[in-house]
Write a protein that binds this ligand. Structure first.
Ligand code: ATP
Ligand code: MG
Length: 453
């Protein structure tokens, strides 16, 4: 009686909600995930498919990855699986490798005795707990479902199935403190809303703008990873529309600044055009080059410096080297861009300066450069937006379409780089081998050599 009366007057917490069980038969299209679940069960542990994979299976979308949660500790997990390792200092988890797949296996966390800094940011959380405690520390209701493959049912602590049906993103617990605990949840809300076409619940969206500045305290590599996930979600344009929720974005991460500014640019602008083509390619299952897209998004950073160095008297190539050297520190350290991607970007940019050399052997040699195709597509992209590059792009278009004899004529100093047709009198060929290249005549990025990394 007293318990009932207390229950009526005390505020209800989210985890007081009754747990729901939904019968569900899922086709888990991952041999590795099935193996991990099966072997954990055989070893006597509980194990469930969790998070985005369950959400996506319910929505009929192919999950991007399959995460598993268990009551086995990372050490116990590694004992069961020969090809596994423990990763993460703040949140130690196990990576289990089966065939070519890697499955992330986390242990239920209590979320209770976490260590926080003065901003409320969680710095340490490795206290293990129960499944219902684990459900409390997940970010959004739609990400807090557990699929029990043995019983073929979904375990739902947060009315998540109803929220998924309503296409809603709702934070578990108090939104403000959950963003303070981990500001990257802001970007996750934006990505999920854009990717799934879900609406961010009003109370979940409300504190976002006041927490945006907290993002600048996150490690750049984590921010960079999260921004890449947005750019390569296949729904970058819809995600970008959600970025207005951030309020003011200034000096958080150069890539985020660019993405935020892009929302104010016309759709035909270089950046928006590239993102539209990237979304299209990803939806068609085609490959994309992260380096190429970063080279586009960050082009203005290098172009400003390139022009300034040329104005101070340097040749275009020397000036491009100067511009990239000035950026190098930022690229590698302040922006968290991995070397592999920044190397592609640099080459694409350097080749823009090389394109200005149109006399002698250099243009012929340039066509054999491994990044020629990507850099040429980049030049075409620049030319669609900027007169400065149109003449160069046209010359290279003609040069590739020309027969080898014509190409040789086009690169003579006396010809002043103007195209002459094949009836012109024959001259001595350059000594290097004939270069065979497929001509490219398009401005459509659907043909870009995106998989050049
Ligand atoms: P995606 O479809 O992009 O994989 P996802 O929701 O599965 O989306 P993951 O990064 O794979 O995202 O994370 C798996 C699960 O881990 C999430 O569904 C969520 O339950 C939990 N999670 C991930 N990041 C956080 C976070 N920052 N705070 C709380 N829970 C998180
Ligand atoms: Mg996932």
């Amino acid at each position: 009686m007293i318990k009932k009366w207390l229950g009526n007057i005390l505020p209800q917490k989210r985890n007081d909600k009754t747990v729901q069980y939904h019968p569900f038969i899922a086709n888990i299209d991952s041999f590795a995930a099935e193996q991990v679940l099966q072997r954990l069960h055989q070893a006597g542990f509980n194990a469930y498919l969790v998070g985005g994979a369950v959400r996506d299976l319910l929505l009929g979308i192919e999950p991007k990855d399959f995460d598993i949660v268990t009551n086995a500790t990372p050490q116990q997990i590694c004992h069961i699986f020969r090809r596994s390792r423990i990763v993460g200092r703040r949140f130690p988890i196990a990576h289990v490798m089966i065939g070519p797949e890697t499955i992330e296996v986390t242990t239920f966390r209590s979320g209770g005795k976490v260590r926080q800094n003065k901003d409320g940011r969680i710095m340490h959380d490795n206290h293990y707990g129960t499944i219902d405690q684990d459900a409390m520390r997940r970010d959004f209701t739609c990400n807090a479902l557990y699929y029990d493959v043995q019983r073929q049912q979904i375990i739902d602590y947060h009315n998540s199935v109803a929220d998924i049906k309503a296409r809603k993103i709702e934070m578990i617990g108090d939104p403000l403190s959950r963003y303070q605990e981990d500001p990257v949840r802001i970007l996750r809300a934006i990505r999920l809303a854009g990717k799934l076409g879900f609406e961010i619940d009003e109370a979940t969206a409300a504190p976002i703008a006041s927490c945006t500045a907290l993002l600048s305290k996150e490690p750049v590599s984590r921010l960079f990873d999260e921004l890449l996930k947005i750019l390569f979600s296949g729904h970058a344009q819809s995600c970008l529309k959600q970025l207005t929720l951030l309020g003011e974005v200034d000096n958080i991460h150069p890539l985020l600044d660019v993405m935020y500014q892009a929302t104010k640019l016309p759709h035909f602008h270089l950046i928006n055009h590239t993102l539209a083509q990237t979304d299209k390619r990803i939806k068609e299952g085609k490959s994309v080059s992260i380096g190429f897209i970063l080279a586009t998004l960050l082009w203005h950073e290098v172009d400003e410096r390139w022009l300034a160095a040329q104005q101070s008297g340097q040749s275009p190539t020397a000036a491009m080297h100067t511009a990239i050297t000035q950026l190098k520190e930022n690229l590698d350290h302040n922006w968290g861009i991995t070397h592999r991607h920044s190397a592609t970007m640099r080459e694409i940019w350097l080749l823009q300066a090389q394109f200005l050399h149109r006399i002698g052997k250099r243009p012929h040699r340039l066509m054999t450069h491994p990044r020629f195709r990507a850099a040429y597509d980049f030049l075409l992209l620049l030319a669609t937006n900027n007169e400065r590059f149109a003449k160069t792009a046209q010359w290279w278009k003609n040069f590739q379409a020309a027969e080898s004899e014509q190409r040789w004529q086009m690169t003579q100093p006396t010809q002043n780089n103007t195209y002459k047709n094949s009836s012109t009198k024959k001259k001595r060929r350059p000594s290097h081998k004939k270069i065979k290249e497929k001509p490219t005549h398009h401005l459509d990025l659907s043909n870009v050599s995106f998989d050049d990394e």
